[in-house]
Design a binder for this molecule. Sequence first.
Ligand SMILES: N[C@@H](CCC(=O)N[C@@H](CS)C(=O)NCC(=O)O)C(=O)O
Length: 204
Amino acid sequence: MKLIGRNLSPYTRRVAIAMTLLDVPHEREYLSVTADPARGLQVNPVGRVPVLELDDGDRLIESGAILDYLMELVGPAKSPVPPHGKARRDCLRLMAIASGVLDKAVAAIYEVRRRPAEKVHGPWREHLLRQVEGGLSALNDQPQGPWLQGEHFSMADISVAVTMSFLHVMLKESVADGRYGHLEGLRDRAEALPAFRAHPLENP
Ligand SMILES: N[C@@H](CCC(=O)N[C@@H](CS)C(=O)NCC(=O)O)C(=O)O
């Protein structure tokens, strides 16, 4: 199978890290949809990455749906999302906050990068940044173990660490001054893991 998208896309990077962690062999196509929007639209009707191309030619889109497929593939014993109960609900909620932060951060980035300067709407961008801050504060306020759910490393840790690293590169103002101390520690621990090191962030 082939994962399409580059690691600068945090949605792609979280899938790539999960695939390595779960020992799912795969090839990569490091597509930038900014540089090659036509290829983006060829592999995904809405022109976004990640896309997971299966060996039978099927293409899966949306990082959450791709992760769901991977977890089905490896089975519950290896899944990085707890199988049931409160632990599962918590994990899914933390993942949802992380991807919500990413959605808002990406919108704030596009607001300045994809529009002419005179068309950037400051109040809207500030609202987006407040939403990023809301999500990061909620994550930072989680009871702390080494990982978000205590001793158990989960898909929530991957999602949050990838989000923090992306923000450090692409939206530095949102994480300036180490204001989310717990999340910085979690990011450092996660980025030291072999599965993260196998998929480093490219320079933008
Ligand atoms: N909800 C989607 C978001 C994917 C997404 O927005 N990817 C970005 C790259 S970081 C993209 O392809 N953007 C191009 C565009 O929206 O035009 C997911 O989780 O896969």
